[in-house]
Design a binder for this molecule. Structure first.
Ligand code: 5RP
Length: 217
């Protein structure tokens, strides 16, 4: 099976968890497959909350109503991909640059289902460069602070987030304590969000393998 087929398989599995009402929808290629599956059962849901402009566009193009999180209130379910995930369901996210809105929608959801192919499953987070959304004027300052923490930040060239900020991708981190590092990074002035999802991990991961979809919780 190709990686895309594995992503499609987990997307198909995830729609079985969709309840009538509202749903939060993530960003990225795996989330895009989920949107395609969601469109097939759109009569079951009232509306979706999108974690990015790209996701909002895709949902609307498939006839799914998109509403603002402020209008929606608490959501029963959020479905999104990940760049890396551990068996403890902590993740690195933000490869697509949507980490801030993803973290907000995840925080406002009762249940977070992560959908990913098996290449995303790791023992220790950090091989994938950790994305950090930064207020543009703080870029150099934040980069120096990240170097002090042992990372090697690189500006994501030519990329501006949906919130008008920049992304620093931090290389060379071996993240032994993701909860602690997530909090430490949040304390750096100028950081909007970091891509560690450890304080609010997923509740369930659906991992696509050549042998089928495995559930981790
Ligand atoms: C976007 C994300 C995505 O969930 C992550 O990058 C995984 O993307 P893909 O499903 O395309 O591999 O965090 O900000």
């Amino acid at each position: 099976m190709t990686q895309d087929e594995l992503k499609q398989a987990v997307a198909r599995e995830a729609v079985n968890f969709v309840e009538p009402g509202l749903i939060g929808v993530g960003t990225g290629s795996t989330a895009n497959y989920f949107i395609d599956e969601l469109a097939k059962i759109k009569h079951k849901i009232d509306a979706a909350v999108a974690s990015s402009e790209a996701t909002a566009q895709r949902l609307m193009a498939r006839g799914i109503r998109v509403i603002d999180l402020n209008q929606a209130g608490q959501l029963p379910l959020y479905v999104d991909g990940a760049d890396e995930i551990t068996e403890h369901l902590t993740m690195i996210k933000g490869g697509g640059g949507a980490l801030t809105r993803e973290k907000i929608v995840a925080a406002a959801s009762d249940k977070f289902i992560c959908i990913a192919d098996h290449t995303k499953l790791v023992d220790v987070l950090g091989k994938f460069p950790l994305p950090i959304e930064v207020i543009p004027m703080a870029r150099s300052y934040v980069a120096r602070e990240l170097v002090k923490l042992g990372g090697q930040p690189k500006l994501r060239e030519g990329f501006v987030t949906d919130n008008g900020n920049v992304i620093l991708d931090v290389h060379n981190l071996t993240i032994m304590n993701p909860v602690e590092l997530e909090s430490t990074l949040n304390q750096i002035v100028g950081v909007v969000t970091n891509g560690l999802f450890a304080r609010r991990p997923a509740d369930l991961a659906l991992i696509g393998t050549p042998q089928g979809v495995t559930a981790l919780k």
